[in-house]
Design a protein around this ligand. Sequence first.
Ligand code: MOS
Length: 724
Amino acid sequence: MSYELKVDDKETTDRAAGLSQGLLGTAADRPEGVLKVTGRATYAAEDMPEGTAFGVLVRAPAMGRVELGNAPAVEKLPGVLAVIHDKRMLRNPAQGMAGEAPVQGVAEADYVGQPIALVVAGSFEQARHAAEVMEVRCLGEIRPVSPGAVEPEVPEKKQSSMGDLDAAMAAAVHKVDATYSTSAMSSAAMEPHAALAWWEGDKLTVRASLQMLKYNRAELADSVGIPLENVRILSPYVGGGFGSKLGVSPEVVAAAIAAQQLGRPVRVVLNRRQVFETITRRSETEQHIRLAADGEGRLTGVGHDALVSNLPEEPFSEPVTQATPFNYEGAARTIGHRVARIHRPAAGSVRAPGEAVGVTAFEIAMDELAVAAGIDPVELRLRNIPAEVPGTGKPFSSHMLAESLNDGAARFGWADRAAEPRARREGEWWIGSGVASAFRVNMLSEAEARVVLGPEGAIVETDMTDIGTGTYAILGQIAGELLGLPQEKVEVRLGDTAFPPGSGSGGSIGAASTGTAVWLAAQEVRAALAKEMGCEPDDLTLKDGRATCGNISRDIAELISGESLEGHGHVQPGDASSKVKQATFGAHFAEVAVNDVTGEVRVRRMLGSFAAGRILNLKTARSQCHGGMTWGIGMALTEELVHDRRDGHMVNRDLAEYHVAVNADVPPLEVHFLEERDPWTGPMQVKGIGELGICGAAAAILNAIHHASGVRLRDLPATPDKVL
Ligand code: MOS
């Protein structure tokens, strides 16, 4: 079955047909969970074919033109098979998924740390040793590495303006005019980037840790210079991506080229420092925010100007203001975007690109407005919820920000909060609480899937990935729900480009997009079963392995008499987004303690209320929000990539020096979902949840720091030196 989300084609029913199992929406376990925690799930670097050789990437110690000084000598070291510096490994911003993850390589290093060669040997230790003794001569000059050192580009199509913001600011009773900054951040996925490549004739197979296989396949074919159909990528298990595995990265291209040259399988695994240094980072941002409000705190004007950075020619730039056109009321609106071209590692998508940092700064500004106006910050937000996208007449497909704020406030105990800062002290700790709204655009992406129903159960196949998000679980739930099968009777096969192309995992599109493809495929199987039963699909009930129509009831396995039924699902976004605005909404609440003596901040509790359409699996959806809120704690308090101001090299390129929030930093996190049905999102009425939990989370903490201690911070992270 095929489905295209068209203007005036919205689903008007709740599509109850087929929902008789009660499996969808439950907190079902991940079917692959036991394999993962017992080490039996094979990740990219595992399961090596006989004769695998080992490649280690060599980094440029400086930028500019580089030469490999002693390659012939290195090639004679014990076990070394080759030193590879192939021009196909060059960084090419034209490649990569929307240019989000460039292919990086040889000859001209655009930044310190860029991979410039691959050393391959019979053992990993030999390859590592050879890579370490490789002499790399750098003939380059220092280029700008700080956003402040260059005149930024002003991309025309990223500027927008309506009304007269200056006039609104001049006439405002209450206003905010301030600049906020967020630090560069790393995805720091748990599984380091890895690839294992081998050739059979002119056919290339690569096991890799990637998020978007159908795009990655095209990128790799393009990079290596072979036809698409000669490339197969396998990514059955991915140990986290967060954007860093959206596009093919250096190890994938290098492994493919080395395996071709040597005629044997080659494995390339990045070490942790290489992961930090060569994988796309989140750009640092500088955000000038202006808010104009009347005496009741109602916004009359909004200004949001962002400065981000990236390497020259990279098409990606952190979409900081993505939620600003629709977040709150305000007739006058100016949005600006500038990109500083500097020579640090390429910037790319990191979890909730745009809103993660843009909503965060904006929600601190909203807190400042609440303080300036003497209005409770929850109430201020409630007063500014727009009925439609401001200035466009475009309605929201669904909108539950008010419900999220009210639900969260009630559960958090917001009513007991003192209006003034510095109202509560315990020993040397100031205690306070803060709120922030969460916004994230909702997108649907083209996806296909196959569902085969046989006598033993069903099989779901798509090249979709599970990057730790729960894809195996939810796709099994969807197929099981519609086919009347328990989850264990549905086998979900993912991460193989030989399967129908799914959406991939990125931009919170996976569950809604590929899930809908599975839904449609299962509906096709249902239609075939209904035909066997001689009834309409909508009158068919499939439950506990039985098919029922009116007073006829039959065993499903018997009904298909040993045969199998195949369904194909294909979903396309269509043009509905031109008519309605789709987004997810939520509210974050945080309580912090701020040490009056040391400036240390501890998050004591955190609560989020979220609305994201139909929740497919309570457990995996909640885990996504826990993860996003945990990232919010890191963004608020500790996460910051530090670049040397002379040559831009990344100073803290490991998990000892780059501080992600760990167990000791994270208090119990409470997550609540609001029931929402959005008829515009497709037949399942699902929206993406993966990135909502990080959007604005850090602002709730920064706002709580102000409420606790009276210290207003506009520069993240809020390290003790800034708090004191
Ligand atoms: Mo996401 S940052 O689009 O993987």
